[in-house]
Structure formats: structure tokens, C-alpha cells
Design a protein around this ligand. Structure first.
Ligand SMILES: Cc1ncc(COP(=O)(O)O)c(C=O)c1O
Length: 429
């Protein structure tokens, strides 16, 4: 079921690009303003004491006269940490774009990941995730959650049914499997994970043990227009909205879409963690979502041209770009089934190691040396010493990150200027 907005707007018949422009906001709520206002308030007035009680009952119990169906909202607003109008608009829009029943927005992508972990994993449980994976998520499940008595197991080829099932068995041997986490394509090498396989493995474990793990997908690198995890049956689709969805490298935000029942649990505990998205940032994300599909299309076209240039360059040892997956490989089969585009973030490896990479990075004039991705400007970084600094060397190498690996997030500049800058900087290698 796809969410309709609280005001009854129908999401079902519209495409994600259309939903991104105006869904979830009714101008009649704001004096006809075409764009939503920013509601900068920490608290909301109750019209009566009984209404106050009803609103609290609806929020905390989901019952009473104000318990609304439709999924986006219970009752009215109470206090901005529990929910606010900007969050309602963003969450309705994100759910509709993702094709989900509901969504919850957080103060960053990592706030979303941590909330999933703290809401759905209990002491003694195990978690299965792929490698490579974003360094923050690696730390969450590899170092932080084990301090609360949880276990972790990893797989490296998320398209290999035998290897994934073996890793799932190893996880189950440590404790009940709570989550199967897949980042696809993975940061930074664009390694691909078969989401149909993850859902099948979760179903098998559910039948066998009576407890079906939730399948969580980090959809940050392709985003909602190029990959549709909810339609493939995953339980929770997480997106760092900081990246392509907001798209200007000027804010941090995270979103999770899925079944209403799961999203309600996340929203309820978000009240305790206090990691909701604030009104102004929510407004910025809503605004940016309108142009996201167009920005992503341009970035993907640029990325293909840049990847082709790098592939043919003598100083470059290899390029891991989804658009170059070989016909006949399992990865290519998954890509053809699962992805509508190759994205604009990928890695390339220079001949040599850290010293050669640093020489090239320091010679760049237009490309910016910074972590993050999905912004309007092209960003580049040396993975081993930045985004994956805290990941152990063997784990890094197992995930395909060498000392000569650089991650590139191709932006919206003219592609000829990007190539000219890379060409002159590669001379320094
Ligand atoms: C794939 C992926 N997931 C999650 C995150 C975390 O998102 P945020 O920086 O918004 O907390 C990042 C950040 O780079 C990422 O690349």
C-alpha cells in the first residue's frame, strides 16, 4: 500500500518525479501559499483540555477520537520533537516517492541508521551486513552495538546466494537475526547487493525460526528515482537525504520509508532519542526534492563521461562504476533487474598507493577535496584515509578499497571542465 497524504491526495497514480514536486502539501493549509511556510515553533496550542488529552492518546496509543488512519499522522501536533507540520509534509512526500506506506525523517542519515538499530535490535540479537559499507554503519554494528550485547556477521559478495546464506547461518549461530542490512550500491566501490536475494533469505529464516529478520536497505547512492527497494519487498528503505535528495551539500538529514507499523515504532522512539529533523531543514529538503530527479539525471550523464575518460587513462589502474559491469556476470544481472541508472558516485584506483593519490588530489584545481557525495559540486576523496579511516585495513581491502582508491561524486559542472581538471592532476601521479 502506498501512502495517501493526510488530506486525501492520491499517490498511487502518479510517478515519483511528479510526487516530488508537490505531494503532501495543501496550499489551503497556508493562506494559498504555493510553497509551504516554515513553522518555526517548539510547541502547539491546544484548543481545549479535552483536545490535549485526545492528542496525547492518539500519539502514544494510536486510539481515541483523533487516531487518524492513513498513516501519516496521529491527532494533531504537541511539541516539535514529537512532530511538526514540516515533518508531516516531508514524510508524506518521501513515503509517496519511495512507494511506501509511511516515512520518518531524522536529523542525519546516521541518526536514521542508529534509530533503526536501537528500535529493532535487542541484546543477544545478531545483525548481518555487507562489506564494503559506509564507515559510520560499520562502526555502529561492529563497535557500538556490540557494547549492548549484539553480534555482527558480514558478507562480501551480495550477489552470491551461497555466500550470503552461509553468512546468515553464521549470524544465526551467534544469536537470533534481527536485521539484514544492505547498502547498494555500496560506498565507495559501487559493489552491488541483490535485494531479491536478501528478501528471500529473510523469508527463509522467518519460516525456519519463527522470527523473520527485517531487511534494511541503504538507498543513498542511487536514491529513490533510480532504485525502488520497497517495491522489491524490503522492510525499511533508508536514505541519507544529505546527499542526492537535498543535493547542495548544505544540510544533514535522513529518511526511512516502510510499513506504517514499523515507521510508528521509529517515530515513537525518535521522541525519546530527540533526533527528529528540525522545521527549517525539513523545509529545505522538501524544496530540494522537487529538482532531485533532474539534478541526478545530469550528474549521472556527467559521471558516465568522466568514468569513460578515467577507464582509458594510463595512470588509472581501474574504475569501479556500475555502468561498466560486464554482460553475463551475476552483478550485471542484478543491476539490470534492480537499477534504473548507474548513479554518479564511483571509485577509481590510480597506479601506486597513498603517495601517488595524494599528489593527484593536491594538484586538482576545480574538483573539491572533501568527503560526502550527491551535491551539485564534484567532490573527491581518498577513501582509506578519510571515509573509511576507522575501518580495519583487512576489512577495507576485503571490500575492494586499496591505498590507491579514490571516491568521486560527480556533480553538475560542465563535464569538459571536470575532465580537463582530472587530466592535468593525473599528470602528477
Ligand atoms: C551510504 C551512506 N549511508 C549513510 C550515510 C550517513 O549519512 P549522514 O552523513 O547524513 O549521516 C552516508 C554518509 O556519507 C553514506 O554515504
Amino acid at each position: 500500500m502506498v501512502a495517501d497524504s493526510p488530506k486525501g491526495q492520491k499517490a498511487r497514480s502518479l510517478r515519483p518525479e511528479t510526487l516530488a514536486v508537490a505531494f503532501g502539501y495543501d496550499p489551503a493549509d497556508a493562506l494559498g501559499a504555493v510553497k509551504p511556510p516554515v513553522y518555526l515553533t517548539s510547541t502547539f496550542i491546544y484548543p481545549s483540555a479535552q483536545h490535549a488529552k485526545d492528542v496525547h492518546e492518539a500519539f502514544f496509543e494510536g486510539t481515541g477520537p483523533l487516531a487518524e488512519t492513513g498513516g501519516q499522522k496521529r491527532g494533531g501536533h504537541i511539541y516539535s520533537r514529537l512532530g511538526h507540520p514540516g515533518l508531516d509534509i516531508l514524510e508524506s512526500r518521501l513515503a509517496a516517492i519511495d512507494g511506501a506506506e509511511a516515512a520518518a525523517a531524522f536529523s542525519s542519515g546516521m541518526a536514521a541508521h542508529s534509530s533503526i538499530a536501537l528500535t529493532f535490535v535487542r541484546p543477544g540479537d545478531s545483525v548481518l551486513h555487507g562489506r564494503p559499507i559506509y564507515g559510520g554503519v560499520d562502526m555502529l554494528y561492529g563497535s557500538v552495538m556490540p557494547q549492548f550485547g549484539t553480534h555482527v556477521e558480514t558478507y562480501t559478495d551480495g550477489t552470491d546466494p551461497v555466500a550470503v546464506r552461509a553468512a546468515a547461518r553464521a549470524a544465526l549461530a551467534k544469536g537470533p537475526l534481527a536485521l539484514i542490512v544492505a547498502e547498494t550500491p555500496a560506498n565507495p566501490t559501487a559493489a552491488i547487493v541483490d535485494l531479491d536475494l536478501m528478501v528471500a533469505v529473510a523469508d527463509e529464516i522467518g519460516r525456519e525460526t519463527g522470527r523473520r529478520p527485517l531487511v534494511v536497505v541503504d538507498n543513498t547512492l542511487l536514491g529513490p528515482f533510480s532504485q525502488r527497494p520497497i517495491e522489491q519487498g524490503v522492510d525499511l528503505c533508508m536514505t541519507s537525504l544529505t546527499k542526492y535528495c537535498a543535493g547542495h551539500s548544505d544540510l544533514l538529514a535522513g529518511g526511512v520509508s516502510g510499513k506504517l507499523e514499523l515507521i510508528h515504532q521509529l517515530r515513537s522512539l525518535r521522541t525519546t532519542w530527540g533526533n527528529h529533523l528540525d522545521p527549517f531543514t525539513a523545509w529545505l529538503v522538501v524544496r530540494s526534492l522537487e529538482s532531485a530527479s533532474v539534478r541526478i539525471e545530469r550528474a549521472m550523464a556527467n559521471a558516465r563521461t568522466v568514468a569513460e575518460f578515467l577507464r582509458d587513462h594510463p595512470k588509472v589502474a581501474g574504475v569501479t562504476y556500475l555502468g561498466f559491469l560486464q554482460e553475463g556476470t551475476p552483478q550485471r544481472a542484478v543491476y539490470d533487474r534492480q537499477c534504473k541508472g548507474a548513479g554518479s558516485t564511483f571509485s577509481f584506483h590510480v597506479h601506486g598507493g597513498e603517495a601517488e593519490s595524494f599528489r593527484m588530489l593536491d594538484a586538482l584545481k576545480l574538483l573539491k577535496l572533501a568527503v560526502s557525495l550527491g551535491g551539485s559540486e564534484t567532490l573527491i576523496c581518498h577513501s582509506a584515509t578519510t571515509t573509511h579511516y576507522a575501518v580495519a585495513r583487512e576489512a577495507r581491502l576485503a571490500g575492494g578499497i586499496t591505498d590507491g582508491t579514490m571516491r568521486l561524486s560527480v556533480g553538475l559542472e560542465h563535464v569538459d571542465d571536470l575532465i580537463a581538471d582530472l587530466a592535468q592532476a593525473l599528470e602528477a601521479v
